[in-house]
Design a protein around this ligand. Sequence first.
Ligand code: AQP
Length: 342
Amino acid sequence: MELNKNNNKPTVFSGVQPSGVLHLGNYLGALAQWVEMQNQFNCIFCVVDYHAITVKQEAKNLSENILNVVKAYLASGINPERSVIFQQSDITAHTELAWILNCVARMSDLNKMTQFKEKGLGKESVGVGLFDYPVLMAADILLYNTDAVPVGEDQVQHVELTRTLAKRFNNEYGNVFKIPEVTVRKQGARIMGLDDPTKKMSKSAASAANYISLLDRPEAAAKKITRAVTDSGSEIKYDAKKKPAIANLMTIYSLLSNTSIKELEAKYEDKGPAYAKASAGKYGDFKKDLAGVVVEFLNEFQIKYNSFSDKEVKQILKDGAEKVRPIAEATLKNVKNNLGIN
Ligand code: AQP
């Protein structure tokens, strides 16, 4: 891949933390969007391992999860011939730039971020790394002259902070950073928990009933769909406010089966109250079909996922680091020049 050399394509940068097995929310909110972008952009996809350690990780799990995230990228359709895949900690410029941006960020900027508050909820204290996570994310993005950052809705606030820090640095020390735009999918930007449609699907959720992991056994995933919380009533109608659980299930169904919400509403129009009397119960027909769609998706995904060896993945990460290192180092050099510390 040429990366900013022989083409005028804009650059996309995004990443996933290797903090556990990826779930349908990660896939539908982020990875599926990345796959679509590969044609129009120079894409750089990172495994953000330094972000993962903002919450305690077991060393053995972390090293496995790093490789597993890459396998999930590949199984989703990220093509290493067209996109660069690399590991954040392989490029030291990320942590160097994060320190510099720490000196540009204000406590008041970070205090506005909601993620550390949510993740710190119920804990005695919050780690400095978790509080500072958005600054490291800003460094990740800004090192690569990024034009667009495709993320799920929960990360939008962090990309906005990135823009603030980049503009502030440019104003105070001279123009170095390109100001990136955030891109969020219209549908799927916030997949909610199956056990609680008021909270986002999350890999660190307390209960496995919250999420469908991309590596869940398909039959187990089907059970999770059957047991997913639903709303009162029995109509299959998209209404995110009044029927958040059904709206969430419809979003998953729509994206995985490439069927519009309108088509789904039409398909299940007569299957509400009448069907409720049948054995499968309320929303039964809809959930049964959705379970089938999820099973089919997971079967296909997991066949691809299991076809990649650790050796192959390590080579992809090594090649990726070699491709991005010169870009990161050039940006860092410009930053240091402007600061007077080269
Ligand atoms: N529920 C979600 N719906 C849509 N998109 C989502 N993303 C995460 N959850 C959802 C998007 O997935 C990408 C990678 O996320 P991450 O690894 O950076 O972790 P996260 O955003 O903190 O959420 P997770 O995956 O649930 O991890 P934990 O529980 O460890 O915090 C991002 O683009 C994110 O927006």
